[in-house]
Design a binder for this molecule. Structure first.
Ligand code: FEO
Length: 399
C-alpha cells in the first residue's frame, strides 16, 4: 500500500526508509536507518524529483502511482545519479515511457553508464541558471559539482521557494511519520547523525559545498527538500550555519576528542587521566573513544565537531596500533584539517607510534601538532602525571 506525505498544495514526498540496511554505502553503520527521499509535484505538467535506492523499489513505485492518480509522468529531474537515488530510474522510464529526463551534461554519460534505455533521445539538458516551467511552477537549476558527485545539481522552485538540495542537508536516519524537521527534536536526536552523514559522505568536498552555499545565499528558501532525512520549513538558517562551519572545516565547538588505541589498557589509562585533567581545567563536552570499538565514521564526525584532537596509540607491529592507523588514514581521506592535535604513544619496546602518527597528521592541511608528545613506557607512572597535566594545560591554552 502507498505511504506518501503531502508537503504543500502541489508537492508530495514519495520516498521511503530502510531500517534493515546495516551499512550505508556498504561502509557506514546506520542503526537508525536511512530514508531515500523522492518528491512528486503536480502542476500542469507532473514532475518527479530523483528516484530511490533499490531496497525500497516496491514502496516507491506504489507511492508515485498513487500521487499521480492516473496522470502521466512528464518530467523526472535527476539532481544526483548515485544509485541510492537513481536505482529505480530505469523502472520509472519503463513505466512512464513518455517521461523526459531533466539533467545536466555531466549526468548524461553517467545515466548511460548505469542504464541502456538511451537517455539521449528523452533528455532535456540544463545548464547553470537555466529554467523550466511546468505551468504554475518555475524551476531554476544550479550546478553543485562534487556535492557529492561531479554531476550533482540542485533545483529551486521559484514559485513556492522550494530547494531540492540533493545530498546537501541530508542525514542518516529513517523517517518515522514526521517528515518535517520542526516536528522532531533535530538538535537532540538527529544532529549527530547529520554531522556524521555530512563529514563522511560529503566532508571531503568542503570547498565545493562552500561554493554551493554561496549560490544558495542569494535564494529565498522557504522549504528545503534533501534526498535523505527530514524536510525543513523553519529554522533553515540554523542548519545552513552548521553547513557553513562543516564545509569550511571550522570546529563546531571548542572541545577535545581523545581517541586511543590500547591493547592492555595502559594507553587507555593515560587517555582517561588526560580527559579528567581537561575537565578539571573547565573543558566541556570532552569525548574519549576506543578506536578499536568505535566506528571511524563516528570519530570523523567528532573530529568535525571538536577543535582539538588527541591521539594516543600503543605501538603495534613496529608502528601505529592498526585501528588508530586506519582512523588517521580515514581522516586524511576525508580532508579533516584545521585542528590542534596532541599525541601520546606507548610501548614496552621499540616505541614508534607517536612519530608515525605525526607523519600522517603532517600530511593533512593546517594541523598544528602541540610540542611535548607524551611517551609512556608500558604504563603511566606517578612522575608522568605532571606531563599529562602539562598536556592538558597546553591544550587549554590553545582552545
Ligand atoms: Fe545520497 Fe551521493 O547519494
Amino acid at each position: 500500500m502507498y505511504c506518501v506525505k503531502k508537503i504543500n498544495d502541489d508537492l508530495y514526498w514519495v520516498g521511503g526508509s530502510d531500517r534493515r540496511l546495516a551499512l550505508f554505502e556498504n561502509a557506514y553503520p546506520i542503526p537508525r536507518g536511512i530514508s531515500y527521499n523522492s518528491y512528486v509535484m503536480l502542476d500542469e505538467k507532473t514532475v518527479l524529483f530523483d528516484t530511490v535506492d533499490r531496497a525500497i523499489t516496491g514502496q516507491f513505485l506504489e507511492n508515485v502511482e498513487a500521487v499521480l492518480d492516473g496522470r502521466n509522468l512528464d518530467y523526472i529531474i535527476v539532481n544526483h545519479m548515485e544509485p541510492d537515488h537513481c536505482a529505480t530510474l530505469g523502472e520509472i522510464v519503463r513505466r512512464y515511457p513518455d517521461v523526459q529526463v531533466v539533467c545536466n551534461a555531466k549526468t548524461v554519460p553517467i545515466i548511460n553508464q548505469f542504464y541502456e534505455f538511451g537517455v539521449d533521445s528523452r533528455a532535456i539538458i540544463v545548464k547553470e541558471g537555466d529554467t523550466l516551467s511546468t505551468g504554475k511552477h518555475n524551476f531554476t537549476f544550479y550546478l553543485a559539482p562534487m556535492v557529492h558527485w561531479p554531476e550533482v545539481m540542485v533545483t529551486y522552485d521559484t514559485t513556492d521557494k522550494v530547494l531540492f538540495s540533493a545530498d546537501a542537508f541530508g542525514t542518516f536516519g529513517a523517517m518515522n511519520g514526521n517528515i518535517f524537521a520542526d516536528e522532531l527534536n533535530f538538535e537532540r536526536d538527529w544532529l549527530d547523525d547529520s554531522r556524521r552523514y555530512y563529514s563522511n559522505i560529503v566532508g571531503k568536498y568542503g570547498p565545493s559545498t562552500m561554493t554551493l552555499l554561496k549560490k544558495l545565499a542569494t535564494l529565498d528558501i522557504q522549504l528545503l527538500c534533501p534526498l535523505h532525512g527530514p524536510v525543513w520549513r523553519s529554522d533553515i538558517n540554523w542548519y545552513v550555519d552548521k553547513y557553513l562551519l562543516w564545509s569550511s572545516y571550522e570546529p563546531e565547538e571548542k572541545s577535545v576528542m581523545i581517541a586511543y588505541g590500547s591493547i592492555y589498557g595502559n594507553t587507555e589509562n593515560a587517555a582517561n587521566i588526560l580527559a579528567c585533567r581537561l575537565a578539571d581545567q573547565g573543558v566541556k563536552n570532552v569525548v574519549v573513544y576506543d578506536v578499536a570499538v568505535t566506528h571511524p565514521s563516528v570519530l570523523i564526525s567528532e573530529a568535525f565537531r571538536c577543535s582539538h584532537l588527541v591521539f594516543a596509540s600503543a605501538t603495534y607491529n613496529s608502528g601505529i596500533f592498526s585501528s588508530m592507523e586506519h582512523l588517521l588514514m580515514d581522516m586524511k581521506s576525508h580532508n579533516v584539517q584545521n585542528r590542534t592535535v596532541a599525541l601520546m604513544e606507548n610501548g614496552t619496546w621499540g616505541i614508534t607510534a607517536g612519530k608515525k602518527m605525526a607523519e600522517i597528521i603532517s600530511q593533512m592541511k593546517n594541523m598544528t601538532i602541540l610540542d611535548d608528545m607524551i611517551t609512556i613506557k608500558s604504563s603511566v607512572k606517578e612522575d608522568q602525571l605532571t606531563e599529562i597535566n602539562a598536556m592538558a594545560e597546553a591544550i587549554v591554552k590553545t582552545l
